[in-house]
Design a protein around this ligand. Structure first.
Ligand code: SF4
Ligand code: SF4
Length: 382
């Protein structure tokens, strides 16, 4: 397993983490077996949004005596009512549900307290203009949460939230289909791929690119949900690209977006954990997702780098997608963000090393003028 730093939190997080959703309804033994295999695979991050009491207790039991093995992301604003999950902005319900989470997990704190599912302007106001945000801040001040997070499916709302400076971690729905959707800003239309019209031309969603870039530059770590689009991208008959992707390809796509630290894969069994963790040992060829877009006449990337890495290797050992990711972040800002400049300076090989051999361009399925863009990078990061 490889690990990345979760933005400004400084936490070292496994590239593949565990989404807890599908543990609901499982026995204590089954939950423990999934936890065993996740820890064995090197996963050290779990998302727990579920308010259902048994699954919380079972996860608490599975972590008993080894709490330090998992960074816990626990949600603020989910309650269990009449036998069902419900999102709430009622303060007393929110407090009661969060204390229940700590108690059932048998812990004093969670590492990331995640304000749950803010997708609309109304809901943004119901969190950021009420005592809910004060409560979240007080949890952080008391040490019951180490860092504050927020989950969303809407790039504009998520951007507003991270721009407050209060949010250390963003949980966001990212996969190749959602990133090419126009105006699909809620989870229901995203799940239907309704922003992707069958006869339309699809371009990268600019609001999403802006969000990821902002997070990378501001040190807001992104953890990804719905990287497989609920499994639909794995099925050619349901994939909007008309072709099936694999689990490693979906995970790799998300991990190569700016700002992304970890992809949380919902697993209900040991074999699903093993399938997700297999990403770590997959070859570059097995991870390569470029074929999904390349040659598809409906997909237009306008010469933008997709960070796919298909152009590797470079004659001068430059990590081309990393340089271009930093270049895009720099070009999107009025001034090169300090974090971006620092990252660029830390590269062993950079655009200065390009010998303009153009060999990489033969391998780029998107027609990126790589040597020319290395020239831009040299000028931007001189
Ligand atoms: S043109 Fe530059 S970036 Fe491309 S392979 Fe040659 S040295 Fe590497
Ligand atoms: S230059 Fe082309 S092949 Fe290389 S990472 Fe970008 S899009 Fe992929």
């Amino acid at each position: 397993m490889d690990y990345r730093t979760l933005g400004r939190t400084g936490l070292r997080v496994s590239e593949v983490g565990l989404g807890g959703e599908w543990l609901e309804g499982k026995s204590a033994e089954e939950v423990c077996a999934v936890m065993d295999s996740a820890i064995h695979a090197g996963m050290n991050y779990i998302d727990i949004f579920m308010p259902e009491p048994n699954v919380r207790s079972n996860i608490g039991s599975a972590l008993k005596g080894r709490r330090e093995k998992m960074l816990i992301q626990g949600h603020i604003g989910t309650v269990y009512e009449d036998g069902q999950y419900k999102r709430t902005r009622d303060l007393s319900q929110t407090k009661e549900a969060f204390e229940d989470l700590l108690s059932r997990l048998q812990t004093d704190y969670v590492d990331v307290g995640m304000i749950h599912y803010v997708d609309s302007a109304e809901d943004y106001a119901a969190v950021f203009e009420t005592e809910i945000i004060d409560y979240a801040k007080s949890l952080k001040a008391e040490g019951k949460i180490r860092f504050l997070g927020l989950s969303s499916h809407n790039p504009e709302i998520a951007l507003r939230a991270v721009q407050t400076g209060l949010i250390d971690v963003l949980m966001f729905s990212i996969n190749p289909a959602y990133d090419f959707e126009d105006s699909a800003s809620d989870i229901y239309s995203q799940m239907e791929f309704s922003g992707l019209k069958a006869d339309g031309v699809h371009r990268p969603d600019s609001a999403r690119r802006e969000l990821y870039g902002f997070c990378e530059a501001a040190g807001v770590g992104i953890v990804v949900m719905k990287a497989l689009a609920g499994g639909r991208l794995l099925d050619a008959s349901q994939s909007p690209f008309g072709t099936a992707l694999t689990v490693p390809q979906c995970i790799h796509y998300s991990l190569t977006r700016p700002g992304v630290t970890s992809v949380l894969v919902g697993c209900s069994s040991v074999s699903e954990v093993e399938t997700a963790a297999a990403y770590c040992s997959a070859s570059d060829a097995k991870r390569d997702y470029s074929f999904v877009f390349a040659g598809n006449p409906q997909i237009q990337t306008a010469g933008n780098c997709m960070y796919c890495g298909h152009c590797r290797p470079c004659s001068a050992h430059i990590d081309i997608p990393v340089v271009f990711k930093l270049l895009d972040l720099a070009l999107a800002a009025e001034e090169v963000p300090a974090t971006v400049a620092e990252h660029y300076d830390s590269l062993e090989y950079n655009a200065d090393d390009c010998i303009e051999c153009h060999l990489c361009e033969r391998n780029c399925p998107f027609g990126v003028k790589i040597a020319e863009r290395m020239g831009y990078a040299r000028r931007i990061f001189w």
